[in-house]
Design a protein. Structure first.
Length: 442
């Protein structure tokens, strides 16, 4: 596949106004470690994705990947701006309903959907994409019991297309020429309780090469046209998943002395063009316009989440040119720091630069926040801001030795508001039990 060079927007401006004085005020008011979300930035990114996709195809919609940043207060802000919900579990489905999201605006994906969750989603009229055959069987049974007909989407992957991920859904190779795919489609459309209403795929994550998305658009176009020609099926939705990159480099990309590479955020317009252009022949052939669903996670959130952490102490330095410091955030807070080198902003004076190792506070050998990078001589109380942590980090943060930190919405200036309080020993105590025969320890 040719490497289509990504057209890139000017360097990402997220958190550029979050200076030392704001950092100090936030640390005092909310404490550290602390996750921070740049409200204006994330809303502008949503608008850019909505605008770029709808410009090329009016029935495009942006569905937020809930698991990427599962902070209900943030999801509510995005829903208020017209984003739909993409959920992958009954828990996420319930949260979407709790946020007053109409079921018609919820896309229910994922490899495990319980019967009770499917009943709810079917009764509500949510969009369901099926991951495997047993799930189709169960939906059929439920639909029969409910005396209804359910339009389902098929999650597919294209094993021969060289996509980064092929882990979920049904393999499609050679479209309906493949007897297995043909049998699957017939099995759905011949059921009195099912119809084939959608196609879905999700090809990977942190993808900067837009040619993968163009390929996906082409594969969907060809397969959907075949379904139309052979069976007269007109789909109600095509769901192209997520996968577009954010700004943080993988550790192996963060090469060179500085190790502080930060990628510009991929251009929403170039992305939309890559996916939508090859799909237009199919989309324009339909009597009733289909929904074109996008499920951005990383590219929507990553640049607009940061982590504020304080230096708690220094280790003796091996030599004058290197340093090791301990921060109050660690792998329990930035669980993917072994995969990504998140960009670091330092608020200390820029002098006495030395290669610095940033360790976390847990008593774990692997607790390192970044590969060694050049930083000024840091001392206790200095603040660091990790940028590019808005996707998967808040969702993956966990209580291990220290509790999960809270999340604050940054509204410009020094204005901030809690979206999630930090976990405390009180929350812990609500779940933990002492055996009855050792009650004296309770
Ligand atoms: C079905 C589906 N949609 C969307 C996403 C969001 O992906 P990304 O964060 O790469 O945009 C994922 C992530 O794995 C996914 O599985």
């Amino acid at each position: 596949m040719n490497n289509t060079l990504l057209q890139q927007v000017p360097a990402n401006k997220a958190f550029s106004q979050f200076d030392e004085s704001v950092a100090r005020q936030f640390a005092e008011q909310f404490g550290t470690p602390l996750f921070i979300i740049d409200e204006a930035g994330v809303l502008a990114r949503l608008q850019a994705l909505q605008g770029a996709t709808q410009k090329l195809y009016a029935n495009s919609l942006i569905s937020i990947s809930y698991k990427t940043n599962f902070v209900p207060g943030l999801l509510a802000l995005l829903h208020a701006e017209g984003a739909h919900a993409e959920v992958v579990s009954g828990i996420e489905y319930e949260v979407a309903r709790g946020l007053k999201e109409p079921a018609q605006k919820i896309i229910f994906n994922g490899p495990m959907k319980l019967d009770a969750e499917l009943v709810q989603a079917i009764e509500d009229g949510a969009i369901i994409n099926c991951d495997h055959e047993d799930e189709i069987d169960r939906i059929e049974k439920i639909a029969e019991q409910l005396q209804t007909k359910v339009g389902i989407g098929m999650r597919v992957h294209f094993p021969d297309a060289g996509m980064p991920w092929n882990r979920f859904g049904f393999p499609v190779t050679n479209g309906l020429q493949n007897p297995k795919t043909l049998a699957l489609v017939k099995r759905i459309i011949e059921s009195p309780n099912l119809s084939l209403s959608g196609l879905h795929s999700h090809i990977g994550t942190n993808i900067r090469d837009l040619s993968y998305f163009a390929k996906l658009g082409q594969l969907f176009n060809d397969f959907a046209l075949e379904l139309k020609d052979v069976f007269g099926i007109e789909l109600s939705w095509i769901d192209v998943g997520g996968g577009l990159a954010g700004i943080a480099p993988y550790i192996e990309e963060s090469t060179g002395e500085n190790k502080i590479t930060e990628f510009p955020l991929p251009d929403a317009g170039a992305y939309a063009e890559a996916v939508i252009t090859p799909l237009l022949p199919y989309l324009n052939s339909l009597a009733k316009p289909a929904m074109l669903i996008f499920e951005p996670g990383r590219t929507l959130f990553e640049a607009f989440g940061a982590l504020l952490t304080s230096v708690v102490g220094r280790r003796p330095e091996a030599d004058d040119n290197s340093a090791a410091v301990i921060c109050d955030a660690g792998i329990n807070t930035l669980a993917t720091s072994y995969v990504y080198d998140f960009p670091v902003k330092c608020f200390a004076q820029v002098e006495n630069i030395r290669q610095t190792q940033l360790f976390g506070p847990t008593c774990n050998q692997k607790d390192q926040l970044h590969t060694p990078l050049p930083l000024p001589a840091l001392k206790s109380g200095d603040l660091l801001l990790f940028a590019g942590v808005g996707s998967y980090c808040m969702a993956f943060s966990y209580s291990f030795i220290r509790f999960r930190p809270g999340v604050v919405l940054w509204r410009g200036g020094s204005e901030g508001e809690w979206l999630r309080k930090p976990e405390t020993i009180k929350h812990n105590a609500q779940l933990e039990l002492i055996p009855k025969h050792r009650k004296q320890y309770a």
